[in-house]
Structure formats: C-alpha cells, structure tokens
Design a protein around this ligand. Structure first.
Ligand SMILES: CC(C)=CCC/C(C)=C/COP(=O)(O)O
Length: 284
C-alpha cells in the first residue's frame, strides 16, 4: 500500500485507478511516461514474493482472455524495482552482517595512520605485519631446508615451503574472485605486494598465520610456553590486520578458517622423502 506520506505528498501518488476498478501501481523506479499510460503492474501483496506476483499475473483475467481492453493491454511481468520489496532472510542477514562488519572494522582500525587514536602503536603493528608476510616465511623455509642436515628436517621444511606456495595460490584465486576492496581508511603502504593484494578478502596474513601456526605446533617439538607464543603470534597477526586498517573483521575471520583448512590440505598432500626421490628421479 502506498505510504501515507506518498499519498499526501501532492507529487502524484503512484496509484492509478485501474480499468477494472483494481488499484495498480506504476514502477517506482521508472519515470512516468505521460504520452502513454504506464504499463500497470499488479499490486504485490505485502510479503508475497515476485514469483507469486508473476504467477498471479499469468492467472489474471486479462491474460486468461488473451486480450484485454486497451487500457489493460498485455500486462508485462512485474518489473524488478530498484527497491527489493521483500528481500529474503539470507539477504537481510548478509546485509546486516556486512554492516556490523564495516562498523566494527572502522572502530578497530585504531592504527590506520600515525594520527589515529593508537597511532603510536602502528610501528609495532607493522612489525607484526612483516612477521606474517609471505616473503620472510618463504625465505626462512628455504634457508632452513638448505641448512638442514637431516632427512626429517628437510622433509618438514620442504612441506612447509609447499604449504606457503599453496597458500599464496589459493589466496590469490579467492581475492581475484571476490574482489572486495580494502577498507576506505587503509593506507596502502605494505611492502612487496601482488596486484591482487589491493583486494581485501580474505586476509593473506591471516591464512598464513593460521596455517603456519598449525604447522609449527604439529611438526616442531615445542615446550608449552612456546606453543602458547605461537598461538598468540597468530592471533596478533590477525588483529593487526584490522588495527592497521588493512582488512575488515570478516576478511580476517575467514582467513583464519581458510588457513586452518589449508593445513589439512598440506597434510593430505604431504611429500614424503620417497615421494620426493621419485619426483627428483623423474626430473633427473
Ligand atoms: C609477495 C609475497 C610472496 C606475498 C604477498 C604477501 C602479502 C602482501 C599478502 C597480503 O596479505 P593481506 O591480504 O593480509 O593484506
């Protein structure tokens, strides 16, 4: 039903007296074409979905008779108004989640630049950012692989290297597919980025922190305090992404989940020395 305001606005209510006495609505988003009467649209009863409206349209007497008076004419299917009159629950829930996400990310972006609320903490957050960057991890894994003098050590470092490359590939694919822009308050001053790193979803640092964190806990013999330190580091990497304004909260949360699953993939694709010797044998 037209809102009371529209009826009293004096700007011409969108309601037309229909030829058959039924009220019909003009499209709310198309300019009124005064030369010819606008195509009447069936009133979409509150809570009905467009499909129902279309079904009702095809059952309308006008359609059934296959002809109608010139004023009714062939009633076109209801237009997709720019305004969704009854979005699905999933769409409303997603819109609400994204609204909360943007609001929370803006509030937590306290180190987005030097004169932000916590601008003095920015250098520390940048240090944490570097600790989760792909290049230090790739260089470190390659160096340990080169320096390792045990087969077991070489096996672990080789699979960490493979996991890091897998992470880069998967994150690049998802970033390039989703193409979500970084938060408006982000100051893009990261070093050594790919072109896809202009996109925000998911956080590559978060995927790497989760995957490497699980990898270290599973394959390194660490005392309990060090295990806690690894978990703390992974959490701080994720938090730093939002505090620096690089990401929204959902980018990091999804990144943690993706990195956690990536480690499972590393375990499935685990390269044993025998597999490696077979591969190298083929290459030689
Ligand atoms: C150049 C290499 C080897 C990796 C890129 C590392 C990087 C800049 C990832 C982006 O992380 P966020 O998505 O968390 O910003």
């Amino acid at each position: 039903m037209p809102s009371p305001k529209a009826k009293n606005s004096g700007r011409g209510s969108p309601v037309l007296g229909g030829a058959n006495g039924r009220y019909e609505f003009m499209s709310l988003t198309k300019p009124l074409n005064r030369s010819s009467p606008p195509p009447p649209l069936l009133l979409q009863r509150q809570g009905s979905d467009p499909t129902t409206a279309r079904l009702r349209l095809s059952e309308s007497p006008t359609r059934r008779r296959g002809s109608g008076s010139s004023s009714a004419g062939q009633v076109p299917p209801p237009e997709e108004d720019g305004i969704r009159l009854n979005p699905s629950f999933a769409r409303v829930a997603l819109s609400s989640l994204l609204a909360v996400d943007l609001w929370m990310s803006k509030r937590l972006g306290v180190c987005a630049c030097e004169d932000s609320a916590w601008g003095s903490v920015r250098p520390l957050m940048k240090l944490i950012e570097i600790s989760g960057h792909g290049i230090p991890w790739l260089a470190g894994a390659a160096y340990c692989l080169y320096k390792s003098d045990s087969a077991a050590g070489q096996e672990v470092m080789l699979n960490l290297l493979m996991g890091l490359l897998l992470d880069l590939i998967l994150v690049t694919i998802v970033k390039a597919s989703v193409r979500r822009r970084r938060p408006a308050h982000n100051r893009m001053d990261m070093f050594a980025t790919f072109s896809v790193d202009r996109y925000s979803f998911p956080s590559g640092h978060a995927t790497r922190a989760a995957m490497c964190g699980r990898f270290l806990l599973a394959h390194l013999v660490l005392a309990a305090p060090l295990r806690v330190l690894v978990l703390l580091w992974a959490g701080l990497v994720g938090l730093s992404r939002v505090m620096l304004g690089r990401h929204n909260v959902t980018d990091v949360v999804f990144g943690f989940g993706m990195g956690y699953c990536q480690y499972n993939l590393v375990e499935v694709l685990w390269l044993s020395p025998q597999t490696l010797q077979g591969l190298l044998g083929h290459l030689a």
